[in-house]
Write a protein that binds this ligand. Sequence first.
Ligand code: PSU
Ligand code: MN
Length: 302
Amino acid sequence: MNDLYEINRDIQKAIDLKKPIVALESTLISHGLPYPDNIKVAKESITAVKDSGAVAATIGLINGKIKVGLNEEDINILAKDINVQKVSNHNINLSIYKKENAATTVASTITIASKFGIKFFATGGIGGVHLNAENTYDVSADLYALSENHNYIICSGAKSILDLNKTHELLETLGITRIGYKTNFMPGFWYAKTTNLVDNNFDNISDISNYLKLNSKINNNKSILIFNKVPKENEISKDKINKWINKALIKAEKNKISGKELTPFLIKEINKFSENQTLDANVALIINNANLAGKIAKEFYS
Ligand code: PSU
Ligand code: MN
């Protein structure tokens, strides 16, 4: 690439040898989860990818350099430093210019992963259309990045704090296929299912892998979402979640929180209201998704 990028040697080797790789984002670490849970998730996601037979590539910026494969020291910086910027595709260039430490969202992570030919990516929940978007126009850049890159995204749907019906619709409009892994419905992140149907359910990994291989052949240039439900023991009822979301939204409005601050603010407030039930669910589902992503990637490259 060029001197703006630094790629870990094992990851470069895996790319050259066409071995399975799963990219991981870093906004989860800096803005999505509190310390020290964020470090635990970052490390255990890497382990979960490795355990399933693939190579993990956590992406983020250290002193303005885009690193593909953050090491333990880098992860500690992003987890602890309160000055870490949350960068999506509109502002990553500024953090490069200012030589900042910055964490990449789903949008910027998959954009970088794609430049290196890394196809698989795992996260908790993608961004989407926010509630009240008809007035605020707050729609995550994640959705557009998914339609501009051909990546395979393993996640538990879009975050529960969003307007999930509108998010489901816009995914369709943007040409992004919504696949369920053992589910006929798009999951609701902290809860297992919404009322929105997926485009197809696959009950096993080899079917998903065969289907993804076909997509490479037909030059589908959009991403494909593979939905994995929150683990059963961490599932929370939709009613409970919606009560906490409403409380958090009122607080956000009072404090005039908007733009890129909104998602992290709402998640933090809901973790408080739920006495960390949502935090525990968030941790569990991210690691679970990293593990599934590794398994699908391994099958895909075998
Ligand atoms: N999933 C989580 N926590 C998070 C995010 C996802 O469980 O913090 C991050 C992702 O990086 C995602 C971003 O890309 O939130 C979306 O932010 P926004 O709504 O500002 O686009
Ligand atoms: Mn936004």
